[in-house]
Design a protein around this ligand. Sequence first.
Ligand SMILES: Cc1ncc(C[n+]2csc(CCOP(=O)(O)OP(=O)(O)O)c2C)c(N)n1
Ligand SMILES: [Mg+2]
Length: 339
Amino acid sequence: MPLALVTELEVTMPINDDDLIKMYRWMALTRVFDQKVCDLQAQKGIPELQHASIGQEAVGVGACYALRRDDLVLPSLRTRAAFLVKGISPERAMAAMFGKANGAGRGKETSHHMGDPELGVVAGTGVVGGQIPVGVGIALGCKMQKSDRVSMTFFGDGATNRGDFHEGLNLAAVLNVPAIFVCENNQYAMSTPMSHHMLIPRVSDRAASFGMPGVTVDGNDVVAVYEAAQQAIARARAGEGPTLLECVTYRWRGHSERDLMPRYRSEAEVEQWKKMCPIKRLRDRMVSGGAVAAELLDEIDREVEAVVDGAIEFSERSPYPAPEEALNNAYATEVRSHR
Ligand SMILES: Cc1ncc(C[n+]2csc(CCOP(=O)(O)OP(=O)(O)O)c2C)c(N)n1
Ligand SMILES: [Mg+2]
């Protein structure tokens, strides 16, 4: 089955079986990609310090599946799916992990900071929540250009305590820009549980203080995420302003692969969330409803495994960037006035 890029989508409401199969494939691809990067890191010590999104795949897939090709996305450190769904190939995404010249970061940056202007993936920085005001500025640009494009910015629960979040969302509401703010609430910021870093139960409750709608969905239900994202995008395109979408989910692995033996949460808690695996949930929904044969999904599982293995071979064969490339594409060469 060929890769379904955002460009090829004809988003339908209500969602059909073909969309479900494609979303299953994106989640399976994201899972295998991240698992193999974890394995590589343990075995070979690749330059990437992996921050795995395993367990959270439904958020990036469901939200980005609702975007158009010409929309702009600002992933967080844990939104692996956004890069893939928006069109960065597994080969270029994997070569980035190896620091290779043909990686999406051209050997200068690894997983969560890579971008691609052609595909509308905005490169990030290491500052938690730093992409939020940038997403607001991009949405303002879309509005000033009188286009109906939107920006979609991802961040974690911890990031919603930073000034960037509060200033960014307030300005987005005041300026009524076409922005969608997607919180991947995995209930921890590194080792700090949500109950220790904020005293309200829902991130989406914060939206009221900015005067924008705030919605909470089950972040392990890809269809719920997709439908909520579709509604937020429709509002933004219609000139009705920004939305805060909170997707409640859970990360199965440590904060990074350096955090191998977390002492801040119990094994029982992790196991309980593994039972709510977003990929298995979608599989069960499709198969039990009789919409899709289990064999087709097994075939997809095998295919994405082969795609990721191929991406690893591609990355291993690829060259490192030449030293004289170090400063290329690092600084803007042209500054344009908007006037
Ligand atoms: C301003 C800033 N403070 C601290 C850090 C270190 N740091 C990196 S990720 C992270 C936790 C982020 O938690 P959350 O926003 O919930 O995202 P998650 O990792 O759970 O996806 C921290 C504290 C940083 N990169 N930037
Ligand atoms: Mg978090």
